[in-house]
Design a protein around this ligand. Structure first.
Ligand code: PEP
Ligand code: MN
Length: 348
């Protein structure tokens, strides 16, 4: 249930409603909008809507029909902007995250980070713990990979996003990265999501391989209901009957989720396509469809990459893509990073 307070409702009135909802067995999440405060009541309780509606300062009580509440536009009409240092994900600017699928060695991480920064990326991506379909495939460098990624991100003034696969890795990854990535295979790892809800670093939540949009938003709800409001959704392609591409990149999900939810949505055209010659067209489509950002795999030597080489772009291809996005973004009222000089004001 969502309780919309009247414009100018006093703090005492708001607190009175919160107290009553808590007595009725609900958890209350507050969203302070420009004009009015909205209270999202979630939980197992059965609050009496009429009683709440009668309280001082209450304008209206809305029952949310979707199973997710805090992620919905009904709870929060204004878009959520997730802030990482001076980077704003979900604002006017399209934010690009790029880097290798996995951290492999110092030279690879450093040269790729420098290349993506020069092209205009603001966030370095790279996995140190890799969810591989085969247990015999490269599993990532672990903490050593995180160290390499952090050093390269600092050297280039980039923020860092890296995947957390298990609850036991959270503390370690939190020390190195700025955004936790939850991979497609873990979208319904509910204990992991709940724990990330208690942390205060943003979470990039990838859509599960066979997840519906509703299931994806319900997963975001696990994080939001723990109090972590900084969730970024990521469309990365889903499994369909089609075998020509690794996954079927669902552009419609980007437009749909922007309607259903206030959370920022980024697109991963690399895993969506599975082949580097299709990454640019899908990235262009994603931005045109309203994505708030992209996460793209780029490798300084993709033909020798230890994971996802076939879908990793050469730095020169990524550079061209960024130039194309600088034409597309303004056409739909968005901006995109123009700089190629080192960024200031980020990193240690
Ligand atoms: C990745 O980002 O390298 C990755 C493993 O992605 P996904 O979880 O979307 O497969
Ligand atoms: Mn990958």
């Amino acid at each position: 249930m969502v309780v919309v307070m009247q414009e100018g409702a006093s703090e005492a009135q708001i607190e009175g409603v919160v107290k009553r909802l808590v007595e009725m067995g609900m958890d209350v999440h507050r969203s302070t909008g420009v004009e009015r405060t909205v209270l999202g009541a979630v939980g197992q309780g059965r609050p009496d809507a009429t009683l709440i509606e009668m309280m001082d300062g209450v304008d209206e009580v809305v029952r949310i029909s979707s199973p997710y509440k805090l992620a919905s536009r009904t709870f929060k009409a204004e878009p959520t902007v997730v802030t990482v240092g001076d980077i704003r994900i979900g604002g006017d600017e399209v934010i690009v995250m790029a880097g290798p699928c996995s951290a492999e060695n110092e030279q690879q991480v450093r040269s790729t980070a420098a290349a993506v920064r020069r092209a205009g990326a603001k966030i370095l991506r790279g996995g140190a713990f890799k969810p591989r379909s085969s247990p015999y495939a490269f599993q990532g460098l672990g903490e050593e990979g995180l160290r390499l990624l952090r050093d390269a991100a600092n050297a280039e003034n980039l923020a860092l996003v890296s995947e957390v696969m298990d609850i036991s890795q959270i503390d370690l990854i939190e020390r190195y990265c700025d955004i936790f990535q939850v991979g497609a295979r873990n979208m319904q790892n509910f204990t992991l999501l709940r724990e990330l809800g208690h942390r205060r670093k943003p979470v990039l939540l990838k859509r599960g391989i066979s997840a519906t949009i509703e299931e994806w938003l319900l997963s975001s709800e696990y994080i939001l209901s723990g109090g972590n409001t900084d969730v970024i959704l990521c469309e990365r392609g889903i499994r369909t009957f089609e075998t020509a591409t690794r996954n079927t990149f669902d552009v419609s999900a980007i437009a749909m989720v922007k309607k259903l939810s206030h959370l920022p949505v980024v697109a991963d055209p690399s895993h969506g396509a599975g082949r580097r010659d299709m990454v640019a067209p899908l990235a262009r489509a994603a931005v045109a469809a309203g994505a708030d950002g992209l996460i793209v795999e780029v490798h300084c030597d993709p033909d020798h990459a230890l994971s996802d080489g076939a879908q990793s772009m050469f730095p020169a291809q990524f550079d061209r893509l960024m130039a194309e996005l600088r034409i597309i973004a303004p056409a739909i009222g968005r901006s995109i990073c123009l700089e190629s000089a080192p960024r200031r004001g980020w990193g240690k």
